[in-house]
Design a protein around this ligand. Sequence first.
Ligand code: IMP
Ligand code: MG
Length: 178
Amino acid sequence: MMKDLEKVLVTEAEITEIINRVSARIEKDYKGKDLVMIGNLKGGAPFMMDLIKKINLPLIIDFIRVESYFGGTTQGELVFRKDIEVDITNKHVLIVDDIIDSSRTLKMVIDLFKKRNASSIEVCTLLDKPSGRVIDYTPKYIGTTIGNEFVVGYGLDYDEKYRNLPVIGVLKEEVYKK
Ligand code: IMP
Ligand code: MG
């Protein structure tokens, strides 16, 4: 698995630093508020699970599953596979994602949650790829910003693989050509 990486962009130590920094901010910002953290499956799951353990607040978690990529790196249509099960009316919603690229996926999720009368809706992303934006959006909580590269690991996949890598990296070109 690791041998398929051309280079490592975010190390395990850097991921830990991101989790500590972001969780401290979330804990401070949401103290005394009804917080519902909503993970975007599958990519956002590892980040969400590590993050919640560091937030000392009585929060609720749920998950959503929206697909925007089908097979490899080709962008496809947006499809809702799984909706949340909790009521977010008058709750403070924080969407946790692996990466914000075009922002199209996110826009659809935010619009849906707005209709359900959440008190606030913010986004926490492990990675931000501003060069890929189609819809203008700046997430409130960003782990780190990357360039116009396709990355895998720590939740991020290529054809459903590499999500279990402990680091985030760029795949070797030969992997795409297989
Ligand atoms: P977007 O912001 O609507 O373009 O969608 C973001 C989603 O696309 C993420 O949740 C990922 O599943 C996927 N994605 C975007 N960039 C990458 C990447 O570099 N590696 C792996 N998945 C990516
Ligand atoms: Mg994906």
